[in-house]
Design a protein around this ligand. Structure first.
Ligand SMILES: Nc1ncnc2c1ncn2[C@@H]1O[C@H](COP(=O)(O)OP(=O)(O)OP(=O)(O)O)[C@@H](O)[C@H]1O
Ligand SMILES: [Mg+2]
Length: 496
């Protein structure tokens, strides 16, 4: 991976010897107005945390540039800590660098020999570096946690067959110069959202971006013919503002919101992920807007429809899994949901299933779940009766079988799911909509999660439940028809 712009890329690990040199340079350059890259601490999250307002109001010298003020702020906080640990060390550094005293003056003041001062100064810089390194490591852990806790939870516990795509996308997103808008494309259920999630979580630990914002385009009610472009853009601006400029989210005028969002995205690098972009029929106008907001900020999009006519968008298309990876996914998912036979499926058995189902991860997960209640042979025979080369038709048959394998309570629960928000519903909401009590609700929830029909959303502390978008569209279009078919054809109903 080619990532070398130290100003933008904050590596996951801090190198102590490099940090020591930087701290020493920063001390030497304390009152220098002209900064070089190596006498600044801009690669630290601690530096990123320093608010411009707190340093500019504290400094009387308004001619000192912001990067120097922020660097000095990091140094002086560490010096205060050093003072508590070792007063002599702090005195030496303060006299030598902050008050610009010579070695001789400092030696006289502290009643030491020149050699003692030199020796102690070296140790003091090491200790100051250790303080900064410790605080930075703690801050990085906390920062990763902060960002990840704002993302929707991952829908997978392991990803198969996407290492190359992951490496490529991560390097595109981390590069400082190119690919300000990156799109992950592919058919429904192929793994675009899962890959975007993995890319984003990988990027988090590089501290390349001040803030990472995850937006679900399908939750923005953009699929409306009467919606004009500027309203649609304002909806996006508002979503971004909620995370990066909350003062203009919701209440400010449209103009001031757009201006502020642009300013924030232009000033510091942010990563904005927009999931499910294909819910907007014409994306050209949005692409133009994103280009205007981008650099140094970046956008990562997932969409079933590739944005066309936009040379400046880097597109990566997710393909079906190969046979071996499909086999691994199949066994792994079977293991997780407790389908013991498929968990130990042989390569021959796995490739038999693969030949019929293909390498679409969602389809594979659904088929594994079906095999919990039905003989695999039955499921596969059923699929081969349809035209399995057409993924949509295959989904249709898989969903139909899945629906038929559900209990009455599970159907009631699933049928209610399109009524909850796109961002999912809390247990209280679902309880209210379905009028199910906990004794019925929890086993049904559990089973639907295992069948990949319910997805966990929100956070551990604020759990919400939703349905995959493909599941939702089948629920909205096909189930009434299937229920009618059930009534007329009792043989089709499966024994549970
Ligand atoms: N490579 C993979 N390995 C394991 N599981 C995967 C992989 N790709 C996707 N999945 C799982 O398959 C399911 C469908 O994937 P995902 O939701 O990412 O598809 P999508 O392309 O975003 O679909 P849509 O276009 O409907 O939004 C998810 O449960 C996801 O966790
Ligand atoms: Mg998706």
């Amino acid at each position: 991976m080619k990532v070398n712009d130290a100003l933008y890329v904050r590596e996951a690990e801090i190198s102590t010897s490099d940090l020591k040199d930087r701290v020493h340079n920063a001390l030497r350059a304390w009152d220098k107005v002209i900064s070089r890259k190596d006498d600044l601490l801009s690669s630290l999250v601690l530096y990123q945390d320093v608010k411009e307002t707190s340093v500019s109001s504290a400094s009387s010298a308004s001619s000192v540039p912001m990067p120097r003020l922020k660097t000095n702020h990091v140094i002086s906080s560490a010096l205060l800590k050093l003072e508590r640990q070792n007063q002599t060390f702090a005195d030496i550094l303060n006299n030598r660098f902050i008050l610009s005293k010579t070695l001789g003056q400092t030696a006289e003041l502290l009643e030491m020999t020149l050699d003692q001062i030199r020796h102690n100064q070296r140790q003091a810089i090491e200790e100051l570096t250790a303080i900064i390194s410790h605080d930075e490591t703690e801050r990085r852990k906390q920062r990763i946690h902060e960002i990840e806790s704002k993302m929707p939870p991952s829908t997978y516990s392991a990803l198969f067959g996407c290492d190359d795509g992951l490496d490529l996308l991560v390097s595109q997103i981390l590069s400082a110069e190119t690919s300000f808008v990156v799109a992950i494309t592919g058919i429904g259920g192929i793994g675009k959202t899962a890959l975007a999630d993995k890319v984003t979580r990988t990027v988090v630990s590089h501290f390349r971006f001040n803030e990472i914002v995850w937006i679900r385009a399908d939750a923005l009610s953009l699929d409306n013919d009467s919606l004009d472009y500027s309203t649609a853009i304002d909806l996006f601006a508002n979503e971004i503002a909620k995370s990066v400029a909350p003062e203009v989210a919701g209440n400010a005028s449209r103009e001031s919101r757009l201006a502020r969002v642009r300013q924030v995205l232009k000033e510091e690098p942010h990563l904005i992920v927009i999931d499910n972009l294909e819910t907007i029929s014409n994306t050209a106008f949005l692409m133009r807007q994103l280009q205007d907001w981008a650099s140094p900020s970046k956008f990562l999009l997932t969409t079933r429809v590739r944005p066309i006519g936009e040379a400046s968008v880097f597109s990566y298309s997710v393909d079906s899994l190969g046979s071996a990876d499909a086999g691994s996914l199949l066994r792994h998912h079977a293991q997780i949901i407790g389908q013991p036979d498929l968990a130990i499926a042989t390569d021959d058995q796995a490739s038999y299933i693969y030949d019929i189902v293909g390498g679409n991860p969602l389809a594979l997960k659904l088929v594994v779940s079906l095999a919990m209640t039905m003989p695999v042979e039955f499921v596969l025979n059923d699929l081969t009766q349809g035209n399995t080369s057409e993924v949509e038709l295959m989904y249709d048959r898989i969903y139909k079988r899945t629906w038929q394998a559900l209990t009455h309570t599970q159907r009631r629960l699933l049928r209610a799911m399109p009524l909850v928000a796109e961002s999912g519903g809390s247990v209280e909401q679902i309880r209210a909509i379905t009028a199910l009590d906990d004794i019925e609700l929890w086993p049904a929830m559990n089973d639907l999660v295992n069948r990949s029909l319910l997805e966990l959303l929100g956070t551990t502390w604020e759990r919400r439940y939703g349905v995959h978008r493909l599941t939702a569209s089948f629920l909205q279009t096909n189930i009434n028809h299937w229920d009618e078919a059930d009534d007329g054809d009792e043989d089709e109903e499966l024994q549970l």
